[in-house]
Design a protein around this ligand. Structure first.
Ligand code: ADP
Ligand code: MG
Length: 226
């Protein structure tokens, strides 16, 4: 596979945190290549460096060493403002907890992601409902987060990540707060998105069952791929 076909190309990536107790080497010399249309699970036990790695791939953090190219952009040296603009325009992020705005409806929460990218009003009026409907939430457009179940809230968060049509979605333990049935449903949805829309998705998980539903798994132990 030639380089420009990769959506993620990370080489020799390391990240060390400075803490009062001394340096913590969270990610060490990691290489990761992901092709468009893959559903990849980064898995390993708590504390192995999954969140750190995902934050680096999403330009939420910068590596101490190494190069990271995502969707053709070198992101490892972006300043915080450029990184924020790149994130809003290029990727979708999903976290362990949905992080929805309680005062807004499901539809408004999704629309907010479009506002941030400056999407025109005519798109903002129709697309949130379309994406929510595609995720099985057409009955819940006007519901606020507290009126939704945990699984439904996580699907709203997924809709928010997808509405800007990113080529890459990064999801950090998106199923950690869900029971195994709901986890299976969320993973099923991710598989459909990859198959139907050609989105590339990287999820982190410590759950073997969740990891087994990905196309490929990348195992991390103590900050290194094994
Ligand atoms: P995971 O997501 O796999 O549980 P993390 O990436 O959150 O792992 O953490 C990897 C290692 O880095 C752990 O030892 C953790 O304690 C440490 N760590 C994470 N964030 C920080 C931070 N901000 N400061 C210091 N150490 C951190
Ligand atoms: Mg984590």
């Amino acid at each position: 596979m030639s380089e420009h076909e990769l959506i993620v190309d990370a080489r020799g990536v390391s990240r060390t945190y400075r803490s009062p107790a001394g340096p913590v080497s969270a990610v060490q010399d990691v290489d990761l290549e992901v092709a468009p249309g893959e559903l990849v699970a980064i898995c390993g036990p708590s504390g192995c460096g999954k969140t750190t790695m995902l934050n680096l791939l999403g330009a939420l953090d910068r590596p101490d060493e190494g190069e990271i190219t995502v969707a053709g952009t070198r992101i490892d040296r972006l300043g915080s403002r450029a990184a924020a603009e790149w994130r809003a325009a290029s990727i979708g992020l999903v976290f362990q907890t949905p992080g929805l705005v309680e005062a807004l409806t499901a539809e408004e929460n999704v629309e907010m992601a479009m506002r941030i990218t400056g999407a025109p009003r005519r798109h903002r009026r129709v697309r949130p409902a379309e994406v929510l409907a595609a995720l099985g939430l057409s009955e819940h457009l006007r519901h606020r987060p507290r009126q939704l179940s945990g699984g439904q809230r996580q699907r709203v968060a997924l809709a928010r990540a997808l509405v800007t049509q990113p080529s890459l979605v990064l999801a950090d333990e998106p199923t950690a707060a869900l029971d195994s049935e709901r986890s299976g449903q969320v993973m099923g949805l991710l598989r459909e998105l990859v198959a139907d829309r050609g989105v590339t998705i990287i999820v982190t998980t410590h759950d073997e069952l969740v990891a087994s539903q990905a196309d490929r798994r990348v195992q991390i132990e103590s900050g290194r791929i094994v």
